[in-house]
Design a protein around this ligand. Sequence first.
Ligand code: CMC
Length: 431
Amino acid sequence: MTDSTKTATLTIDGQSFDLPVLSPTAGPDVIDIRKLYADAGVFTYDPGFTSTASCDSTITFIDGGKGELLHRGYPIDQLAEKSHYLEVCYLLLYGELPTAAALDKFEDTITRHTMIHEQMHNFFRGFRRDAHPMATMVGVVGAMSAFYHDSTDISDPHQREIASHRMIAKMPTIAAMAYKYSIGQPFVYPRNDLDYASNFLHMCFAVPAEEYQVDPILSRAMDRIFTLHADHEQNASTSTVRLASSSGANPFACVAAGIACLWGPAHGGANQACLEMLKEIGSVDRIPEFIARAKDKDDPFRLMGFGHRVYKNFDPRAKVMKQSADEVLDLLGIEDNPILQVAKELEKQALEDPYFAEKKLFPNVDFYSGIILEAMGFPTSMFTPIFALSRTVGWISQWKEQFSDPAHKIGRPRQLYLGETYRDYVDVENR
Ligand code: CMC
């Protein structure tokens, strides 16, 4: 990783400090400032971590300029087309595509962990029925550490492995239960004869009163949504999981922290916010008004589903998602869907607008996912829980990788302090 021939020189008040430059297998070089404070007595300042690598990783690579996303080297469009979610989970967790036998074994392991402890049903019932399913998920996933004591010892690799499998297996069950609870329907137990995506659709849409057949095309679309959201290197929720875990916290608590972070509208909550925005726009003739608002510095409104910290080109996931949206609406016989028409025209007008071109703002993964999910019958409040269940494997893979790093230490950023300097306490009667 280190290219010993390259150094960067920092000069402070005439004194020079040589900093090693690390060369990645792909992407820009990285200046190693780990010894900077010890040697030079200064910190670096980078709110929002726009120029800071917080770790090294071999899992996911994004070339934001090209609009490229690779998992362990494989491009996302190929994985979305040729692979499926559980195979991608294996790839993310273990670094290579599985053999047929390894895949069988992995799928079997995940399938046999899909039920949750029966007592957790009572835990769900403690929530208000109108709780957002993300609120329920944060609580229930955090509570897993109270139910699965035999997989919270992070110093034991075997327990770490079981915790990983449990979370990937149980997250669809928990998300579906959060949904069923919010609509007042009975929980539907997982079915091990169904594949991962079909099982999730079944748990969400089946009722005990009648037979529910999962449409294979919808199941494929669901699986593709899971695949497209599986990992995205050091984004806010993944960094949250890594930071929480750096203190030695158990994996269920760390993933609950990741879910909480994902909920925000600038991150995973954007898919819900995007569909709500498309509905608010309502018709193609109102698009210019909303584009004008997005450009107005005095208006906090932003085009949801547009822009990305890393992609300065089309989000490659958005391309696959757009194609999937067409397929699903076609299958369901939803022709001339007004929301899809607004989305397509909004995308066109925004891409032609110099404001979006200059700032390199393109549609991201959330722009089309909500349209598919709504067509499948999910309410907007379920969009972010579906993102959370898909991203669980990414959080877990990055968490697992953190343990293999010998330089792993507690995350503890420094600050640029701008407050009062030392002053003596003043008694209340003298203030
Ligand atoms: N609509 C209008 N203007 C925008 C938008 C937008 N969606 N996104 C960024 N800008 C402008 C922003 O006002 C700023 O302008 P200026 O330089 O004049 O101040 C400039 O573009 C740069 O924006 P930024 O907020 O500094 O960029 P960032 O990298 O901090 O933010 C972002 C990235 C994704 C939070 C932001 O683009 C955004 O809020 N987008 C809408 C929410 C969204 O779709 N989020 C989903 C992201 S993809 C899924 C995920 O990873 O969770």
